[in-house]
Design a protein. Structure first.
Length: 146
């Protein structure tokens, strides 16, 4: 049996006009809107107070690393002759300025990577029932469980 949801009194709720750019990732829009409403994002393991980790697709890596608004810029690698994946930490109040740069083709909020071991073992045909006769998968079971 499901319990009744807790009722929340919204009579004191306020609507804030934020004018956040619609050309941004929805997660970044949310953080920009919260920042404009006075909400300060707490510091996390990899970010400082009111800062967010991002991943971007850029046409000029030199411009990304030289951009003063990006802390800890990292070039992940090329995805084509003209574009690269990069990461960095950006103050939330600077998100729209960074996104509007001509060399920034896409800007997304970083997300936690979830374990996908079962999907990758299927994809590579590495499940024990998919291996050839005489395989030694059991010998490595404790390592694979990490």
């Amino acid at each position: 049996m499901m319990s009744e949801a807790e009722r929340i009194d919204l009579s004191q709720a306020a609507i804030f006009a934020t004018n956040v750019s619609p050309n941004m990732d929805p997660r970044l829009q949310f953080h920009a809107a919260c920042s404009r409403a006075g909400v300060v994002r707490p510091a996390a393991t990899s970010t400082e107070l009111d800062e967010i980790a991002v991943a971007a697709r850029v046409s000029k890596t030199a411009d990304w690393t030289a951009l003063g608004k990006v802390r800890e810029p990292v070039i992940i690698g090329a995805i084509s002759n003209k574009e690269h994946i990069v990461t960095g930490r950006i103050p939330i109040r600077r998100l729209e300025q960074v996104r509007s740069q001509s060399f920034v083709k896409s800007l997304k909020a970083a997300q936690t990577v979830q374990p996908m071991f079962s999907a990758t073992t299927d994809e590579t045909s590495a499940r024990p029932n998919q291996l050839s006769a005489g395989h030694q998968a059991r010998a490595y079971a404790s390592i694979m469980a990490l």
